[in-house]
Design a protein around this ligand. Sequence first.
Ligand SMILES: Nc1ncnc2c1ncn2[C@@H]1O[C@H](COP(=O)(O)OP(=O)(O)OP(=O)(O)O)[C@@H](O)[C@H]1O
Ligand SMILES: [Mg+2]
Length: 269
Amino acid sequence: MQTPSIVLNVNGIEVIYNHVILVLKGVSLQVPEGGIVALLGGNGAGKTTTLRAISNLLKGERGEVTKGSIELRGERIENLTPADLVKRGVVQVMEGRHCFAHLTIEENLLTGAYTRHDKAEIARNLEKVYTYFPRLKTRRTSQAAYTSGGEQQMCAIGRALMANPSVVLLDEPSMGLAPQIVEEVFNIVKDLNDKEKVTFLLAEQNTNMALRYADYGYIMESGRVVMDGPAVELANNEDVKEFYLGMGGGERKSFRDVKSYKRRKRWLA
Ligand SMILES: Nc1ncnc2c1ncn2[C@@H]1O[C@H](COP(=O)(O)OP(=O)(O)OP(=O)(O)O)[C@@H](O)[C@H]1O
Ligand SMILES: [Mg+2]
């Protein structure tokens, strides 16, 4: 089988907020064409910052990439605007969903097509979104504020799809949702990946769920990638199980603590 080409290549990036706070300390990752890559790690690990660096949404947060490079299909993109990136097929679905509360679901979806002008094409796209998210079709005239958390997450993803992206950066799709709904959302992600060939880079604290759907994962801690590998390998890795899948029992420490603890244990044994 041919190895898939790399869509996104993040190469040793550093990100600083407010000119002084160094948050990403040399992050590198690669996303293959047609893949689902999970960016994992606990609170404050740097997942959102990494996604924002890629989609160039750091400025509003007073953040900037100070080192390293980001390439989309081999082309440097650090200096493109978020709108340029949307035109090139890279869209981010923000953490916390951010639907426009006073607009209906359909109006929300249509805002996602703001870079496009072909009305017939937009209408076809809307129908396609509804085939993947039938729940949104039944709620199309409801104000987003009165829909459930799951429907709002679907609306946020559906809106991103209205830009006809090839790469979706999805930030914590499971946040605040019941397990059954998380499963429903992830199944749709998988479906979009299979049938529409949309590539996903998804940030998740829900390691267990993300590794079930992703092909490959990167684990972040304190602004660095501490481990990466095929999803199946990460899901079966003892350290990952102990610290992120909560199967080891006992108190959860940092990933680096575990590794040095294990080294010590081996040393003493
Ligand atoms: N606008 C900002 N200004 C200053 N520091 C920030 C800003 N945004 C994030 N940070 C800091 O950067 C670090 C990484 O945050 P980030 O939001 O990227 O983590 P995360 O992995 O997405 O966490 P979570 O899972 O909680 O969403 C944290 O220490 C956070 O406090
Ligand atoms: Mg985050």
